[in-house]
Design a protein around this ligand. Sequence first.
Ligand code: NA7
Length: 541
Amino acid sequence: MADHAAATSTLPSSNFDAVIVGAGFAGLYMLHRSRGLGLKVRVFEVGAGVGGTWYWNRYPGARCDVESMQYSYQFDEALQQEWEWSERYSGQPEILSYANHVADRFNLREDIQFETRVESVHFDEETERWSICTDRGNPVSAQFVIMATGCLSSTNMPDIPGMDLFAGDIHHTGQWPHGGVNFDGKRVGVIGTGSSGIQAIPLIAEQSEHLTVFQRTAQYAIPAANRPLGADEQADVKAKYPEFRAENSLYPNAFSLRMPLNETSALDVDDDERDREYEARWREGGFTFSWSFGDLGLDLDANATAGEFVRGKIRELVRDPETAEKLCPDTVLGCKRLCLDTGYFETFNRPNVDLVDISKQEIDRITTNGIETGGREYKLDAIVFATGFDAMTGTLLAMDIRGRDGLTLQEKWSAGPGTYLGLGIPGFPNLFTISGPGSPSVLTNMIVSIEQHVDWIADCISAMSKRGHRTIEATLDAEENWVEHVNAVANETVYPACNSWYLGANIPGKTRVFMPLLGFPPYVEKCDEVAANGYEGFTLT
Ligand code: NA7
């Protein structure tokens, strides 16, 4: 392995110890750790800057739903002490500034090649190295490839007839123009009411002349109760940051909430007590609502009481009863990711906002002038697709990845994504996925999960080097048992009860498999155990 002094002056070079794909939070920390190991490393990033999700999702209102004091790196005490957050939940611009600060502070940019898309990644069995081609030419090779490609990085653009005919502008929330969009005086249509739509709609309503929201599935949203973060509050956490982080990693989602989990069953209390609990958490804001009772995620009847409470709130907040009914979800609360909102339901009281229910009658076509559905044309100057992502696998499958015997990842995953620990794939030696399918990732505080994965991978590479191993590869048995385990855990809960992107159900034709693993602490324990047992479930050569 090359020493780092050599590594920092290598652009352009063609032989690396490790190639990292992506310069979001995962890629940045992986680069930092790889350098610490003395690896000669190159990061390829499609964007012109760092930040991943937070680089692309610049739509109005884009905000993290995990609180600021937790949604940040913990690997460097000085870093977590010096950075100041301004709000309870950080907005996209602040998180992107933080990512840039980290890149500057640790001089990461010099090993990142921006505006470069990795097109193919092929394993050569003779040399036991990967060959990586990008859209910039100049193929490179590497012993290790680490996919830091993010879970929500391939946008889902529905194939609606007539898209190319529309005379106005079309935007996707996940690929928002860097200069912003001026909606002044415009008639705007928003398709999609998941987290992105629910965050963007109130602001687009303020900025535009008229907004029409096209809703396929009504969604549960809880007030975020965002507010400026007090200096005292921030200082309190910083005074005990390592302890705060350690405690948070013991929660199933790897973050703590402002009110503790109430372990009582929602069915064991009377209506008044139940409503009091929901009301207190609704006021507090955030995901603490889902901790109102111990069985909301486990029992459909218990869950239904929470759904009823939220529907009651929607009926109070939205003045027009017909619109309120359309906005009332009838799905299982939390089985599609619960949204946090700021004035979402109230937005439908504005005179310039209309809601079109497309649950029974999908959009027929896009015309030169707008959107046609239910026998009517809605005249628009701009259309915003808030239609989400081909989550967890989309970006990996878009690359031409070939492992042993020329096996493509598309072939390997034709019946659904199989991994061991969300970290390794049989047939693809020395290729790691950070927060890959089968890991807790999107069900947790992503940055905590990312750091855990990066540390595991870095320790693994270091152990291999010390023991003289050239390759590491997950076994088929380990993969099969792991996929079964991930789905068995999900089947104990209400998660499989609806068509969420966790299941791949938002993408037509995508195999229905529950992709993320529920429960961060037992997962960490398992990863540590695997490493301690000489990388059990992997073959080392
Ligand atoms: P989501 O949560 O996948 O939401 C996408 C929304 O777009 C959702 O309301 C979908 O309705 C709707 N959608 C998707 N395709 C269509 C078509 N073809 N026609 C009409 N409506 C459609 O994506 P987000 O970007 O909001 O959030 C993703 C994650 O980012 C979120 O969970 C947070 O973790 C951050 P559906 O529900 O499928 O009927």
